[in-house]
Ligand binder design. Structure first.
Ligand SMILES: [Zn+2]
Length: 233
């Protein structure tokens, strides 16, 4: 199959690939992105017309995915509740104590706090996650510095920012914003998001050259992207 290009259609920007298939295939990914696989000889206007005919179906798929995502049960903060760190599941063990502390040991988050309310436990765990996110992300991002220097790109600078709908974003001045919740996902997912954002320093849009570069630096990106979208982190 060929490299993906982006085309504008009645349902917004779609990823388009060409293959030897004889009809157009339309699929909606869990993040709402639409992927098209079209026969080699079909024209862009043919493809756009076919997408238009299926636009009601695309909207329905997106709606179902958005319901699925929002019906994800909220995280809980009592003893026994499970939380992920680097893709692994841990249970909370909360005990009363004067010196507040969060410690990862065995398969548990040991949380000591004078105030065992779920608000306080949530605050402590979020703080711990953010600290560890900073450490892990900056270690991984700094490995890209020579790559960026070699391409005369700005040195990537890490910023941690909570975002409800995305894992990361990049600015041309070198700032890379990463969602602290990414620390809950496996390290391959973190590396994929970082590779994706670093590629944006070279190519700001999701165009053909962007995906070419991403496939060069992270050949397995598609599988990891799906894993990130489908798993419950
Ligand atoms: Zn992107």
């Amino acid at each position: 199959m060929s490299e993906a290009v982006t085309i504008d259609t009645s349902v917004g920007l779609c990823l388009l690939r060409r293959s030897s298939r004889r009809t157009l295939a339309i699929s909606v990914l869990p993040d709402g992105e639409v992927e098209l696989v079209a026969p080699e000889d079909s024209t862009l206007s043919d493809i756009a017309a076919k997408v238009k005919l299926r636009s009601k179906w695309v909207r329905k798929q997106r709606w179902e995915f958005s319901n699925m995502n929002s019906s994800r049960p909220p995280l809980k903060y009592h003893s026994g509740a499970t939380h992920r760190y680097l893709g692994r599941q841990y249970r909370l063990k909360i005990q009363k104590g004067n010196i507040p502390e969060v410690k990862l040991k065995g398969s548990f988050f040991h949380i000591t706090t004078p105030d065992k309310s779920s608000n306080e436990v949530q605050r402590m765990l979020a703080h711990w996650m953010r600290q560890h996110a900073k450490k892990q992300f900056s270690k991984r991002l700094s490995q890209w510095e020579p790559w960026c220097a070699h391409r005369s790109l700005r040195k990537p600078i890490l910023h941690i920012r909570s975002m409800s709908k995305r894992w990361g974003s990049a600015h041309q001045d070198g700032r890379i914003f990463l969602n602290p919740d990414l620390i809950r996902t496996p390290s391959v997912c973190i590396d994929y998001v970082i590779a994706h954002e670093v590629c944006h320093l070279q190519h700001p849009n999701h165009d053909k050259s962007f995906y070419q570069l991403l496939s060069e630096v992270y050949p397995n990106w598609k599988a990891i992207k799906l894993r990130l979208e489908q798993a419950d982190f």
